[in-house]
Design a protein around this ligand. Structure first.
Ligand code: CA
Ligand code: CA
Ligand code: CA
Ligand code: CA
Length: 273
């Protein structure tokens, strides 16, 4: 079987070109609906190792993309996607304090082939000032949320390797944007469980050849990476008792996938199904 990989250069990331269009150099970026442009942005990149063709099944050859969902204080700029994509119920009430905003990476098609597992590069650009959760999704086309394949998880501290989280902290401009290199998450391995919903796939960063983003980011720029820093945002309140450990002004518990509606309680927010 012919192995095909359709890869789109980083420089083509929608609305996210650096000053000279340089690949990997962060300039401005905008949310997937194009409603707001951010000045300081960061690039997360890496390679995705797909499961074997037999596990990928019907999804083989479809377009994947990385997606980042963030939350920002209400009034920071309307960035939701209209009625169809809008969270409802409890999430709408929570939106009085935090409103979700979506950033889609460029779609890429990957045919895992019949032999070796394919490894394809990805990149996504997100604002420095927005804490985000990353997910791998099947692109629906356009700027709407895709169908979630897997959430990207990682341990939150080197002392606690049992609990995982999904929230990647916002970064101050001083340690982000045009002054920083892309954040290389290494090689991610997608594991899909048979007979489980697609969105229940897992990618655990920090395992194998992948890297934990908290081992790469230093939110308060005190030379201690978040993974080992007991006070990530440097406000004097230790992470363990800080409801807003990333210091972006929004309670961390309102900034995760769990803050979005999940009516059928399968662990995948409704907006990604
Ligand atoms: Ca630090
Ligand atoms: Ca600190
Ligand atoms: Ca703190
Ligand atoms: Ca927060």
């Amino acid at each position: 079987m012919k192995r095909t990989l359709m890869l789109i250069p980083l420089a083509l990331l929608t609305g996210c070109l650096g000053a000279g269009g340089e690949a990997g150099i962060a300039g401005t970026c905008s949310d997937s609906f194009g409603t707001r442009t951010y000045t300081n942005c960061r690039v997360f990149r890496g390679r995705l190792q797909l499961p074997h063709q037999s596990t990928l099944g019907a999804e083989e050859g479809k377009a994947f993309q990385l997606a980042a969902i963030g939350f920002q204080a209400a009034g920071a700029g309307k960035a939701d996607g209209g009625a169809a994509a809008k969270p409802d119920g409890a999430a709408t009430k929570a939106a009085d304090k935090a409103q979700w905003v979506l950033f889609n990476g460029e779609p890429f098609a990957a045919d895992a082939g019949s032999g070796q597992q394919a490894s394809v590069p990805f990149a996504i650009m997100v604002p420095c000032e927005v804490s985000v959760n990353l997910a791998l999704q099947l692109a629906r086309g356009g700027d709407v949320p895709g169908v979630q394949v897997a959430s990207l998880r990682f341990v939150s501290s080197s002392a606690d390797t049992a609990a995982t989280r999904t929230l990647i902290p916002a970064q101050p401009a001083a340690s982000c944007g045009t002054r920083s290199a892309p954040v290389d998450l290494g090689q991610l391995k997608l594991v899909l469980a048979k007979n489980k919903p697609l969105g229940a796939g897992t990618i655990t960063l920090g395992q194998g050849k992948s890297k934990n983003p908290l081992a790469l980011l230093d939110t308060d720029n005190d030379q201690a990476f978040d993974l080992t820093d007991a006070d990530d945002d440097g406000d004097g309140i230790a992470d363990i008792s800080d409801a807003d450990a990333d210091g972006d002004g929004i309670k961390d518990s309102a900034q995760t996938f769990a803050a979005l509606d999940d009516k059928n309680k399968d662990g995948v927010p409704d907006m990604f199904q």
